[in-house]
Write a protein of this length. Structure first.
Length: 70
């Protein structure tokens, strides 16, 4: 993981955390993945969709997107 550039550190952590969430969700049945909860966006599917959409919204305007994490 990068150790000096705060943006690279943040992006590397975001990449790692997203991969961890996707790996954990891959083991779930479709019913478990779409199970509704009374908090947050509603389900794990909806939460991941929100996280990925928010990341895209924040990074799309960057004129020179940073390279993929190390």
């Amino acid at each position: 993981m990068p150790q000096s550039d705060p943006l690279k550190i943040l992006l590397a952590h975001n990449h790692w955390a997203t991969q961890e969430l996707l790996t954990a969700c891959a083991a779930l049945t479709p019913d478990q993945f779409h199970q509704k909860f009374e908090i947050g966006p509603g389900s794990l599917h909806d939460t991941l969709t929100h996280i990925i959409g928010a990341t895209r919204t924040w990074t799309e305007p960057w004129p020179n997107p940073p390279p993929a994490p190390d």
